[in-house]
Design a protein around this ligand. Structure first.
Ligand SMILES: Nc1ncnc2c1ncn2[C@@H]1O[C@H](COP(=O)(O)OP(=O)(O)OP(=O)(O)O)[C@@H](O)[C@H]1O
Ligand SMILES: [Mg+2]
Length: 247
């Protein structure tokens, strides 16, 4: 089961969401692989403290003779299998994102769930993987804006990514992240997304300073500080996600 994670805008929290939802499921004994599909600006490895490793997703895209397993590292604190990217600029040049599908095909049967962290906006790097994916999670940050209402902004962002997911017949769900708004405002936005766009909202996660702290520690916040607000929220989203994926 392959889940792609996307956002309309940078920094909304795709990688954080990928890291935490994969950790949540791994801690519930699923075999979970998290792949960094953000080929230009990969940072999934950073969220797991996996850096400066020899083999990365980039190595696999460059040289098909490299075994995918060589680029997969088990995160000791959560049990998530992580396929990080390379932040070396030279590794980004001359690789074919199409090959990511071949990599997925080769490892797919060995994992219960595979998350593919994607680049911002139209996810050109990971679009080919949408063909083998079943689910798309759209992460949205609600941003204060004097021009639009929250509702219009969120709907606008979700709508564009929804069209892409639908084209590939993916099941689509939304996660609201870095929420600073009052609960009633959030409830209102959730209602607008679910009723007007007909997309389920899997949950929402508050803005919480524990998140960047956890990133710096290389341990996703659900494991780093399970009692923090963000961790509790990610666990709630994880529970909904588990039902969504496995019934
Ligand atoms: N709920 C949250 N509370 C506080 N900080 C958060 C939260 N979610 C994410 N962040 C912080 O916001 C920053 C961006 O998050 P993240 O890297 O997950 O976003 P992204 O959508 O993957 O960004 P990019 O477009 O760069 O790939 C990180 O520094 C992260 O620690
Ligand atoms: Mg990211």
């Amino acid at each position: 089961m392959v889940v792609v994670v996307v956002t309309g805008r940078g920094g909304a929290g795709k990688t954080t969401t990928t890291a935490n939802l994969s950790s949540y499921l791994a801690m519930k004994d699923y075999r979970v692989l998290a792949i960094d599909g953000d080929l230009y600006l990969p940072n999934l490895g950073f969220h797991f403290g996996i850096e400066n490793v020899k083999y990365t997703v980039h190595s696999l895209l460059k040289d098909p003779s490299i075994e995918p397993e060589w680029a997969i590292y088990k995160h000791p604190h959560t049990g998530v299998y992580v396929m990080p990217g390379s932040s070396n600029l030279h590794d980004v040049i001359g690789i074919s994102p199409r090959r990511l599908v071949e990599v997925l095909e080769r490892v797919k049967s060995r994992y219960g769930v595979i998350f593919v962290d994607s680049p911002t906006g139209i996810p050109f790097d990971t679009l080919p993987t949408f063909e083998v994916a079943g689910y798309q999670i759209i992460v949205v940050e609600i941003e204060r804006s004097p021009i639009y209402s929250f509702e219009t902004m969120v709907k606008n962002e979700v709508e564009k990514l929804k069209v892409i997911g639908e084209k590939y017949r993916l099941q689509i769900g939304v996660v609201l992240n870095k929420v600073r708004e009052a609960e009633d405002v959030v409830e209102h936005i959730i209602e607008a997304v679910e009723e007007d766009l007909n997309v389920p909202v899997l949950g929402w996660v508050p803005l919480d300073p524990e998140v960047p702290e956890a990133v710096n520690a290389g341990i996703p916040v659900v494991r780093y500080n399970p009692k923090s607000d963000a961790a509790l929220a990610f666990a709630d989203v994880g529970e909904v996600l588990e039902k969504w994926l496995f019934g």
